[in-house]
Design a protein around this ligand. Structure first.
Ligand code: JHZ
Length: 396
């Protein structure tokens, strides 16, 4: 792959490495230069630095998808659809996290693969067979010896985290029956560019896929997208329904062509679009900084809401620290009481809807705006204000 660099997001920490007070004193945090490139040949967009997966996905991984109603609903709806439309015999979920998807299925019909041991233990305790390993050919072979026919593989917000795509798809091909279906969902590059959500780029997100890049990738492994769904989750995602080339059971849905056309119309096939995006990021950074400095000049109290991994990119790029944002509220047990990577802003346990904790609240988990605004309607009714950076920095 020959990546042409188009975006420089400066020095960034590992987005899910929360620090204790002791860690702060030891000053041991490592920063990595986060740059993003575009491969004109495959149309693939990737961060340029290679960080070992073992460092990022360990036994202390904090992120839990089940803490959001939006994600629980999304997985439940998909499970219903999968059962109705495909009625699979046996499913593997790669990156099963804390079980938000697999818990919708019979324990005999699904297994999880999850390298973060603390997360894998959650689904094991729920009674689901879970392999606490990274997804690779060795594991695929091991599983295939035990389960004969696997006709569905599902991976949500996982493939974008794995550097070695050859290994990913060869292992899937090995395990998936000829009539089997692979469903992948990940943030959509088109949506990311449209709303300038540059925070989709952080060290865990090695790739941000478009249908263009996904299609060209899959060709190499004799796989094909036959349907696609636009999702509002994680700030705009794409769900790809994929089959083996040799499987003629499914016609290619017209939505595939429509999405491709939209991506080409937007210019995702041209490097110039990437340069434009980089300029948009710079403007977004300047505008957000201007909002914060104006509010601080007027001695306003600002706190953050939702210490998402994505926020690290914003805070580091815009150089926002605890002088500006007093603390972040978050519901994640493994984040509260700790300090955010990079900015070292404290994470406070969210207990109840906001009252008058601050004049302004920065929406870290902007992708859950609907869910959060619904929870905080009293605060909003009373005139409480939020700050967001998408689609452009503003107070709402
Ligand atoms: P959220 C993570 O990204 C990491 P993040 C990972 N790399 C990835 O790709 C996606 O997930 C799938 C909190 N919150 O989901 C919870 C509240 O406090 O956007 C989370 O800490 N109150 C695997 O971290 C954060 O906000 C709420 O009401 O960017 C949201 O993080 C809600 C809804 C969330 O993913």
């Amino acid at each position: 792959m020959m990546y042409k660099k188009f975006l420089d997001l400066g020095l960034q920490p590992l987005a899910n490495k929360y620090l204790t007070k002791k860690d702060l004193i030891k000053k041991k945090e490592r920063l990595y230069h986060l740059e993003v490139g575009f491969d004109e040949n495959t149309k693939l967009v990737s961060i340029l630095k290679n960080i070992s997966a073992e460092k990022m996905f360990d036994n202390k991984y904090p992120y839990r998808s089940s803490l959001s109603k939006t994600m629980l609903n999304s997985f439940k709806k998909l499970a219903q659809k999968v059962n109705k439309t495909f009625n699979p015999n046996f499913i593997i979920e790669i990156g099963s996290n804390d079980g938000s998807f697999i818990k919708n299925f019979d324990k005999k019909k699904i297994i999880g693969v999850e390298p973060c041991t603390n997360m894998a233990n959650i689904t094991k305790n729920m009674g689901y067979k879970t392999y606490s390993n990274f997804w690779n050919i060795k594991l695929a072979k091991k599983i295939k010896l035990k389960v004969k026919s696997i006709d569905m593989v599902y991976a949500a917000n996982t493939i974008s985290h794995i550097k070695n795509l050859d290994s990913v798809f060869n292992s899937i091909n090995h395990i998936l029956s000829d009539k089997g279906i692979l469903i992948i969902e990940d943030p959509s590059l088109l949506e990311c560019f449209k709303i300038v959500s540059y925070d989709q780029f952080y060290n865990e997100h090695i790739y941000i896929f478009s249908l263009l890049s996904m299609k060209s990738l899959l060709k190499k492994y004799k796989l094909e997208v036959f349907n696609i769904e636009k999702l509002s989750t994680h700030g705009g995602s794409l769900r790809y329904y994929i089959k083996k080339d040799s499987n003629n059971k499914f016609r290619i849905n017209k939505k595939v062509k429509e999405q491709l056309n939209q991506e080409i119309k937007f210019g995702l096939n041209k490097f110039l679009t990437y340069i434009k995006f980089s300029k948009n990021v710079d403007n977004s950074r300047k505008k957000l900084r201007a909002i914060f400095s104006k509010l601080k000049k007027h001695n306003k109290k600002i706190i953050g809401y939702g210490s998402a991994a994505k926020v690290c990119t914003i805070l580091s790029l815009c150089n926002i620290k605890s002088e500006t944002l007093d603390y972040f509220f978050d519901t994640t047990p493994n984040k509260v009481g700790k300090y955010m990577p990079g900015s070292h802003i404290y994470v406070k346990k969210y207990i109840k809807p906001l009252t008058n904790e601050a004049d302004y609240v920065f929406l870290g988990a902007w992708n859950f705006k609907k869910e959060i605004f619904n929870k905080e309607r009293k605060f909003i009714k009373r005139g409480g204000k939020f700050i967001t950076h998408v689609p452009f920095p503003k107070i709402i």
